[in-house]
Write a protein that binds this ligand. Structure first.
Ligand SMILES: Cc1cc2nc3c(=O)[nH]c(=O)nc-3n(C[C@H](O)[C@H](O)[C@H](O)COP(=O)(O)OP(=O)(O)OC[C@H]3O[C@@H](n4cnc5c(N)ncnc54)[C@H](O)[C@@H]3O)c2cc1C
Length: 297
C-alpha cells in the first residue's frame, strides 16, 4: 500500500477544498467519497461567495470537482468504515479496501432528518420546503412561512424568521407551548397552530391542516427535526465529540488525535459552505506545515 500524505474522507465543499489546497502544496492526496453531499439538495444558493446570480448545489459541486481535477486530485467512490492509528500513520478501510496515509481530514458532513413524506425531495426542489434559514430565508422574504418541529425547538427559529416575514406560523409536533421562547415568538407576532395536524404538498406549496381546523396554505416550510452527524468513524478512531455529536477540534481543525482533522458540517455549528471551505483551508495548511519538509527538485 502506498503511503499517501493526506486522505480526505468526504468529497463535499469542505473535502474538495482541502484536497485542492493540499495538491497545490504538492502533497499527495486522495479523496474518498460516498457521493451524498448535502449540496445536492440546494436548488439555488444565493449566499455562496462569488455567485452574484446564485448557483445550484450540483453546479457548485461540479465546479469544485473540476477545480480539484485541475490539480490532479484523485477521487474514489468509497464509504470509509474505519480509521485507525497505525504507528505514525493511519489505516483506512471501506469493506475489503485499504489505504494508508500520514494524515486524515474528515469532511463527512451531516444527514438532515426530514419529514417522512414521499414528496419531500420535490418540495425542496421547488423551495416549498427549505432546510436552512441562514442560507435562504432572504429569498423567503414576505412569503407565508411555516416552521415545523418540536415546540421547545421551533420557537426561536420562528422568531428569527419574523425578520423576514410578517406571516410566520408554527406547526408544532407536540402540545408544548415553547416555554419562554414560545412566549417571545408569539409576542413577536408568530402564529402558533395546534399540534397533531397534517402537512401536505400540492405540487407548489405546503398546506397544514390542524385537527378540526381549516387548511392553512404556506409558501414555504422550514422543518427543524435535527440531523445526524457522520462522526462515528472519527469517534471510533479516538476523536472527541460534543453532546450534539459534532467533532471537537482545536483552532487548526485538529481533533484530540494528532493528525486527524475534521472540517465542515461534521464540526461546525454554522453549517454553511463558506464556513466549510474556510475550515478546509485552515486544516490543509496546518497539515502541510506539519508534514515532513520536501524541497522541490
Ligand atoms: C436544502 C439545503 C440548502 C442549503 N443551502 C445552502 C446555501 O444556500 N448556502 C450555504 O452556505 N449552505 C447551504 N446549505 C448547507 C451546505 O450544503 C453545507 O453546509 C455543505 O454542504 C457542507 O459541506 P461538507 O463538505 O461539510 O459536507 P457535505 O457537503 O455534506 O459533504 C460530505 C460528503 O462526505 C461523504 N461521506 C459521508 N460519510 C462518508 C464516509 N464514511 N466515507 C466517505 N465519504 C463519506 C458524503 O457522502 C458527502 O459526499 C444547504 C443545505 C441544504 C440541505
Amino acid at each position: 500500500m502506498d503511503l499517501i500524505d493526506v486522505i480526505v474522507v468526504g468529497g463535499g465543499p469542505a473535502g474538495l477544498t482541502a484536497a485542492t489546497y493540499l495538491r497545490r502544496f504538492h502533497r499527495s492526496c486522495l479523496v474518498l467519497d460516498a457521493g451524498q453531499s448535502r449540496v445536492r439538495w440546494i436548488p439555488e444558493s444565493n449566499n455562496c461567495p462569488g455567485f452574484p446570480h446564485g448557483v445550484s448545489g450540483p453546479a457548485l459541486l461540479l465546479r469544485m470537482q473540476e477545480q480539484a481535477a485541475s490539480v490532479q486530485v484523485p477521487i474514489e467512490q468509497a464509504r470509509v468504515d474505519r480509521i485507525a492509528r497505525d504507528g505514525e500513520s493511519f489505516e483506512l478501510s471501506a469493506g475489503e479496501r485499504r489505504w494508508r496515509s500520514r494524515r486524515v481530514i474528515l469532511a463527512t458532513g451531516i444527514v438532515d432528518r426530514l419529514p417522512d413524506e414521499p414528496w419531500v425531495a420535490e418540495a425542496i426542489a421547488c423551495r416549498a420546503m427549505r432546510l436552512c434559514a441562514v442560507c435562504d430565508a432572504y429569498e423567503a422574504t414576505d412569503l407565508r412561512i411555516g416552521v415545523l418541529g418540536a415546540s421547545d425547538v421551533v420557537a426561536s427559529h420562528a422568531r428569527f424568521l419574523r425578520t423576514y416575514s410578517r406571516s410566520v406560523t408554527v406547526l408544532p409536533s407536540d402540545d408544548g407551548d415553547g416555554g419562554e421562547a414560545g412566549q417571545e415568538a408569539r409576542a413577536a407576532g408568530v402564529r402558533w397552530l395546534p399540534a397533531g395536524g397534517r402537512l401536505d404538498f400540492d405540487g407548489r406549496r405546503c398546506v397544514y391542516t390542524p385537527p378540526d381546523g381549516e387548511p392553512v396554505e404556506l409558501d414555504t416550510v422550514y422543518p427543524y427535526l435535527g440531523c445526524d452527524t457522520i462522526a462515528g468513524i472519527a469517534a471510533a478512531a479516538g476523536a472527541e465529540l460534543d453532546d450534539t455529536g459534532q467533532v471537537i477540534v482545536d483552532a487548526d481543525q485538529q481533533t484530540r488525535l494528532a493528525g486527524l482533522y475534521a472540517i465542515g458540517d461534521v464540526v461546525s455549528g454554522l453549517n454553511q459552505i463558506a464556513v466549510a471551505v474556510g475550515q478546509a483551508a485552515v486544516a490543509a495548511t496546518h497539515a502541510h506545515n506539519r508534514l515532513p519538509f520536501v524541497a522541490r527538485r
